[in-house]
Write a protein that binds this ligand. Structure first.
Ligand SMILES: [Zn+2]
Length: 253
C-alpha cells in the first residue's frame, strides 16, 4: 500500500466564513453546536472563478480523517452535516484526543453557486483525479488534476496523509446508502449498522473513472467512505439519520 508522507498542514488564506443562506441552517442549534466553539472555516484554496475552498481542522489525535462536505455542486444534502459535525465532534467524549479531522466545506463552490454538478468549466471534479482508470474528456478534464479544485484536494491529501476519507454525495437511486472504496469495509459496516443505510458495493454502481474513490481507495489503498444521501433529502434530516453513525465511525480504532 503506498502512502503519502506527512509534510504538515497547509492553510493558504485567512478566515472566510460565509453567512448561512439556506433556511435549514436555522436549525443548526443542536446541543452539540451550542456546547462548542463556533465553526471557523478558513480559505485554503480557490476555485476556477476564485471562490474560497474552505477548511477547518478539529482534534489533535493520531488518527487522521478527511471529510469532504461535497464535491458536486448540485448535491447539497450533506451540507447540514458538514456544518453540524464540528460541534458534535468536539462534544463526543475522547474524540479530540484520538482523531485529527480536516474538513473541506465544499470542494466545488462554483458549481454550488449555480447548483450545477460540474465546476465553472463544466468538469466533473469526481472524474479528474489521477486514478489508473482516468479517462480524459471535456467534462472530465483532459489530464488528471487539471482543475484547481482537484489540485487543491490532492495537495491536502498528500500533506495530511489521511487514514480515512469520508465524502458526501447525493444519489438518484431513490434511497440513501453508503458505498466504499479500498479497505473501508469495516467503516461501511459500522456506518450501515447504526444508520440503517444499506451498503451498496461499487460493482453495483456505474463505473466512476478518475473518481476520488478509484484513485485513493482502489489505487492507493486508503479507505474511502462515500455517504450517498437520497437526492432531495432535507439536509437536516440527513444529519439526524447519520449523526450517530458518523461519530461512531470516526471513533473507530
Ligand atoms: Zn456526487
Amino acid at each position: 500500500m503506498s502512502r503519502f508522507a506527512l509534510l504538515g498542514a497547509i492553510v493558504l488564506g485567512g478566515c472566510m466564513s460565509t453567512e448561512p443562506t439556506d433556511a435549514w441552517r436555522d436549525r443548526l442549534d443542536e446541543p452539540e453546536s451550542t456546547r462548542s466553539r463556533p465553526a471557523v472555516w478558513q480559505a485554503a484554496g480557490r476555485s476556477v472563478e476564485g471562490r474560497a475552498i474552505e477548511i477547518q481542522t478539529l482534534g489533535m489525535g493520531p488518527r487522521r480523517v478527511l471529510w469532504i462536505g461535497s464535491i458536486h455542486g448540485n448535491e447539497r444534502e450533506g451540507s447540514f452535516a458538514t456544518e453540524a459535525l464540528p460541534g458534535a465532534f468536539l462534544a463526543y467524549p475522547g474524540l479530540e484526543q484520538r482523531v485529527t479531522m480536516t474538513m473541506i466545506r465544499d470542494l466545488d463552490p462554483d458549481g454550488t453557486a449555480i447548483r450545477r454538478r460540474g465546476n465553472a468549466r463544466h468538469v466533473d471534479l469526481n472524474r479528474n483525479f489521477p486514478a489508473s482508470n482516468f479517462h480524459p474528456g471535456r467534462d472530465r478534464g483532459f489530464r488528471p488534476l487539471d482543475q484547481p479544485e482537484t489540485r487543491f484536494v490532492y495537495e491536502l491529501i498528500k500533506n495530511d496523509a489521511p487514514d480515512l476519507v469520508i465524502v458526501c454525495h447525493s444519489s438518484q437511486r431513490g434511497q440513501s446508502f453508503v458505498n466504499y472504496d479500498g479497505p473501508a469495509w469495516p467503516f461501511a459496516a459500522r456506518f450501515s449498522r447504526i444508520s440503517s443505510y444499506p451498503v451498496v458495493h461499487s460493482n453495483e454502481l456505474d463505473s466512476t473513472p478518475g473518481s476520488l474513490g478509484s484513485w485513493l481507495g482502489h489505487d492507493q489503498g486508503i479507505p474511502v467512505l462515500t455517504l450517498e444521501f437520497r437526492r432531495g433529502t432535507d439536509p437536516a434530516r440527513a444529519w439526524d439519520e447519520t449523526r450517530q453513525a458518523i461519530l461512531s465511525t470516526l471513533a473507530m480504532r
